[in-house]
Ligand binder design. Sequence first.
Ligand code: FAD
Length: 574
Amino acid sequence: MAARTNSILDTRGPQIFPVLEASEIERVRRFGEVRHYSAGQAISRAGEIGPGLIIVLRGKIEVIRRDDSHAGDLVVTHGPGAFMGELAQLAGRPSLVDAHAQDAVEALIISSDRLRALLVAEAELGERIMRALILRRVSLLEAGVGGPVIIGRPDNGNVLRLEGFLRRNGHPRQTLNPETDAEARALIERFQVDPGELPIVLCPGGQMLRNPSEIELARCIGLVRPIDPDRLYDVAIVGAGPAGLAAGVYAGSEGLSTLVLDCRAFGGQAGASARIENYLGFPTGISGIALMARAYNQAQKFGVEMAIPDEVVRLEALEGADGRRFRLTLSNDEHAMARSVVIACGARYRRLNVANLDAFEGSSVHYWASPLEAKLCAAQEVALVGAGNSAGQAAVYLASQAAKVWLIVRGRSLEASMSRYLVDRIAGLPNVEVVTRAEKSPPWKAAVGRSRQSAGAGPAPAMRCGGRSDTSSFSSARSRTRIGSPDPASRSTPNASCLPVPAQPAIASRWRRVSAAFSPSATYARTRSSASRRRLARARRWWRHCMRFSPQSSRSRSPLQPKQQERTHEQGQL
Ligand SMILES: Cc1cc2nc3c(=O)[nH]c(=O)nc-3n(C[C@H](O)[C@H](O)[C@H](O)COP(=O)(O)OP(=O)(O)OC[C@H]3O[C@@H](n4cnc5c(N)ncnc54)[C@H](O)[C@@H]3O)c2cc1C
């Protein structure tokens, strides 16, 4: 019986906690072994790899969410016929929750590799078990139960980075803001954490990390393990986007030993899509992360090993006694050997050629429009640069949260580069304004000069999305060695760029250069036709509006800017 309630538990309880018939248990006995536990005995511990899927034959098992402040909350009690486990058990990863025997328990233990065999061999029963494992993970994600605890300000670039990494990898987490949460403050004091070391991360196994990299965090929570350098895989797949995961599913289902490596998260670009509507078989659309999570779980069901995050930096062909093999070298100097390699490393985002852009990346300039970024832009104005489908999806998504979305487009119209359904949807959104022919035009001074001369315009416009520039949060290790991808930079467009008004004078001057580079007046200035004049007038209105947010006037609050955001900005000046 569930002690905690949340939406998915309410709506899909029987699917999350199915009870197997005696005949079904008999059928799956061949996959496991019977074990006995005495009353109170620990069966699995959060942060440690558990024995696998556990079907209760006799007695009861209590599943507990570990809590730092007290003994823990009861998540569920499993009785005879029920089974304990979620997606971590499918992949052989550390457990997210604690479990112990309530009384004397007899259980059928099915290890991870045997569980995968069961799911493949028992189609109908396998489907029910798989669905339960997935829904249990969804329920843990919803409730933020079982993962690491991140302590730091929610608008801190490193908090966003770590949250984004865990979210993209379908891993539960909880974030505590020390400015509003007494428990978070107490933890900071207890661990004697200097403010400059925030965020800290408390892993379920009890370890504490100070502003970790994604790889450090992944290793701490058992998301990624060392690769056996002596094992020869049939296939190694570089990239866990749609192409890599599809290759993984087909290779795994053919019985090939398969390793999929990705330097960031499963899902690739598609994982960042707010809603994919043109994927075959999903007439109502599906979020990219949901679609990709299905593919990821499907690949694991077929025994595909995932190494995420692991970056491949080198590929060599070696001649062995038994023929040719490939050696992949990872950025952490690990090696993987495979008979064949599929390179599915996709495209790299094209970044705007703007000086100091990297100073804002991660805190105010973003390349995704996930719920995390949407929260940062809530009730504020956001500038989106790009006119492909990614930008279109981001515009539609952000319009539901932001006060206004400026869609900055280099070309004459959206139609040339965006799918019709997105163009139509954007046209119907009152708070999305499309600014066409608004190319960023370096050198910025020339662009602004031209625009002033011919259009009589004032200083260049600025786009603001609140928040503050947190230069301590900039990740420097962004460059990635791509293999087998000729010039990916030309294939993809950043879908969300949003420029802040920084507090410090030094950064404010850099900000002016960045914002000026987006000057639409530079291009509108050259317009002649009446339609163009209308656009020019619109650009001027936009410029006037944006000037209200310029650094000089940043203390005057926009009517669109909630008080809370202003407070955050001021805190940023401390
Ligand atoms: C926001 C957004 C929305 C989109 N919406 C749609 C849509 O609605 N419909 C549609 O059809 N398409 C959409 N797309 C495009 C679609 O997502 C891409 O075409 C698709 O993801 C490409 O798949 P891929 O597997 O080839 O590459 P990617 O998705 O780019 O995946 C490549 C993966 O390889 C990894 N990688 C790269 N180099 C290395 C390395 N050296 N080592 C390890 N890993 C590496 C990357 O981290 C990445 O995860 C969208 C794209 C975005 C960004």
